[in-house]
Design a protein. Structure first.
Length: 245
């Protein structure tokens, strides 16, 4: 009796997919009109929003706002931890983007999620004017200053909610794998703690960030449902890497 062929385990298939050339990963996706249209709309969305971002942050920096009572903040030490924050955040971004380039549908959803997250954060900051903690330790970021800052004045009133924490949180949702997603999740938690030590955020800002990230990623799933060819909830908590398109 001939033996039935044994299918390779899912982890082997995922590992094989990770070795595919980029052209093989992106070719089938780009062949779908809905995928190309979603990318076009996303590019137009960023092109329409980004010119207003520096002026927006310059305007909110001029607004008065209350200094909040935050008992938990005073229990934490106060240090300049800007370098660890930047290393963790941009290291996480590079790791996630490197993985997502092999998975076009998830890359698209992740970028849509970030676009929605940026819009939500601007809305939240506008609706909740705040002044930073009085013992803030300045944390200049040359990269974000190039895109979000108008002039030389540092932005300190972009408080609710934490953009550093939310950015890494949404990347943790966007990727798959048994080690990368938990690693990015832990990185988001550590960044949230460090920005409190730096006193550039209140506890409330950090606690709210993952919820906004989760909502943005969920909404991005609906926006990209047709382009990605999957139900938005189908892979929200999925750990395994997706099959090749």
């Amino acid at each position: 009796m001939p033996l039935a062929p044994i299918a390779p385990p899912a982890s082997s298939a995922a590992a094989a997919e990770a070795q595919l050339p980029l052209a093989d990963a992106w070719g089938p996706a780009l062949a779908r009109p809905a995928f190309r249209l979603s990318w076009l709309l996303l590019v137009l969305g960023f092109a329409g929003l980004m010119p207003f971002v520096p002026g927006f942050f310059a305007a909110i920096q001029q607004r008065p706002g209350p200094v909040l009572a935050d008992p938990l903040l005073h229990l934490l030490p106060r240090y300049d931890v800007a370098v660890p924050v930047f290393v963790l955040m941009y290291g996480g971004v590079l790791a996630a983007v490197a993985w997502l380039t092999r998975h076009p549908a998830l890359f698209l959803r992740g970028l849509w999620g970030y676009f929605i997250l940026l819009a939500l954060r601007m809305l939240a900051i506008w609706l909740v004017p705040l002044s930073p903690p009085l013992d803030l330790v300045p944390m200049p970021d040359p990269f974000t200053a190039a895109f979000f800052q108008a002039g030389d004045a540092a932005i300190t009133k972009d408080l609710f909610f934490s953009g550093h924490t939310a950015t890494v949180a949404i990347l943790a949702l966007a990727v798959r794998g048994r080690w990368l997603r938990p690693l990015l999740g832990m990185t988001a938690l550590l960044i949230g703690l460090l920005v409190l030590v730096q006193r550039v955020h209140y506890t409330y800002d950090v606690l709210a960030a993952p919820f906004f990230a989760g909502f943005a990623y969920w909404l991005a799933g609906h926006v990209t449902q047709r382009a990605a060819g999957e139900h938005p909830e189908a892979s929200f908590f999925e750990q395994e890497e997706p099959a090749a398109l």
